[in-house]
Design a protein around this ligand. Structure first.
Ligand code: NAD
Length: 361
């Protein structure tokens, strides 16, 4: 059973402060201070030697792994990078094996969790995710890796975290710009889930609740990143968006962002934020049920316009050109995006893809 709303109690409540439950085989602990229970969570999965992976910067400091894990800490790798380069995976795996670790703890955003997934797939060790952005990757079995040929992704049950610990206090220092972009990345998961082929009643309701929480909380999050209530709502929204991503197949929007990130090196979350309104404008005529519900949630008839307005409200004003796409790459990008089949409510030719890219350029 995978009932949707983790304790939502009506429209006035932004989100639950705390819950602890099993979601499709993953133990999810959510609440301020939840990271303090990490040793107990490791004990529960039989781990004595945890290997922590994170991106450089503040995530390791936020977790303070030496103090928190004490003699359970087998090693620390702080070099996780966006899009999971294979060289990074090789370096981290060598350290994981040398440390004789029996579990991987990924602390940070999608980049740290992506590296944790690569280690879990290669070793069979359980993965514990402590997300500190809104990527939603912690709730999925979707892995990605990038080499000279580009980015490959797939689904593998070994990549799915056994335990996810959401501690909202770890998100307080996520900068406004990153919170905004990452939040719109979560929004994209939820929006594409709503018009995905084969969306179930459960994943529909999960996605709807994700959109509601993210739309309400993100403008406030960028105003005051230390507001527990809105940070909690955004994190709960990201959790639900990750679940919606896991339960459905993504469409044109995710295909575009995959290629722009993997082949052209554009930044993941910001690219999602910039592209989403344009793909929704393209898909809208073929997704009436999703558009009606989204219009209702945004209280605006034009959903693409509402998403563009939300981008602006959270301080995102970029174009694909600003994010590093060159005019001479648009044609090649359109070709690569259109070359592979993917599920989408409205079939998109190369010309259609080029038009969407140019609208976002
Ligand atoms: P990220 O993990 O690259 O983090 C961005 C930056 O924020 C990093 O420098 C990091 O150190 C910093 N940071 C993270 N948390 C922080 C905090 N609380 N306070 C201060 N700084 C913090 O960015 P992201 O957008 O979370 O993840 C992007 C990656 O995730 C991409 O590689 C993408 O492909 C992947 N992803 C995968 C899935 C999936 O289901 N497999 C879903 C979404 C994204």
């Amino acid at each position: 059973m995978n009932n949707v709303t983790p304790g939502m109690s009506g429209d006035d409540e932004l989100s639950p402060a705390r819950f602890n439950r099993d979601v499709s085989g993953t133990r999810v602990a959510f609440g301020p201070g939840a990271v303090g229970e990490l040793p107990l969570r490791l004990e529960a999965i039989g781990s004595r030697r945890a290997f922590v992976v994170t991106t450089g910067g503040r995530s390791a400091a936020l977790l303070a792994p030496e103090a928190l894990l004490a003699d359970r800490l087998a090693g620390l790798f702080e070099g996780a990078r966006e899009h999971v380069p294979v060289a990074t995976v090789a370096a981290a795996l060598e350290r994981f094996r040398a440390a004789r670790a029996d579990a991987c703890v990924a602390v940070g955003g999608g980049s740290a969790i992506g590296l944790g997934k690569a280690i879990a797939r290669a070793t069979g060790a359980p993965l514990v995710a402590v997300p500190t952005t809104y990527s939603g990757s912690e709730m999925t079995s979707i892995w990605g890796e990038t080499d000279a040929q580009g980015k490959r992704t797939g689904r593998d049950p070994r990549a799915k975290p056994s335990v996810v610990v959401y501690d909202v206090t770890l998100t307080f220092d996520l900068p406004a710009a990153m919170s905004a972009a990452s939040g719109m990345n979560a929004m994209a998961h939820a929006v594409e889930a709503m018009y995905a082929a084969g969306v179930s009643d459960d994943s529909w309701a999960t996605a709807v609740e994700a959109v509601r929480l993210l739309a309400r909380s993100l403008p406030a999050v960028v105003q005051n990143g230390r507001d527990l209530r809105v940070r909690t709502a955004a994190l709960a929204g990201a959790h639900l968006a990750g679940r919606a991503l896991e339960e459905t197949s993504m469409g044109l929007h995710h295909r575009i962002c995959h290629v722009l990130g993997g082949t052209f090196g554009l930044p993941h979350a910001r690219t999602h934020a910039v592209v989403l309104p344009h793909v929704v404008a393209f898909n809208a005529p073929a997704a009436p049920k999703a558009m009606t519900r989204l219009a209702d949630l945004f209280m605006k008839p034009d959903v693409a316009g509402a998403l563009a307005a939300l981008d602006r409200a959270v301080g995102i004003h970029s174009t694909l050109r600003d994010l590093g796409l060159r005019a001479e790459d648009v044609e090649r990008a359109a070709e690569e995006i259109a070359a592979k089949p993917y599920a989408n409510p409205r079939p998109a030719t190369k010309d259609d893809v080029r038009a969407v890219l140019m609208a976002a350029f």
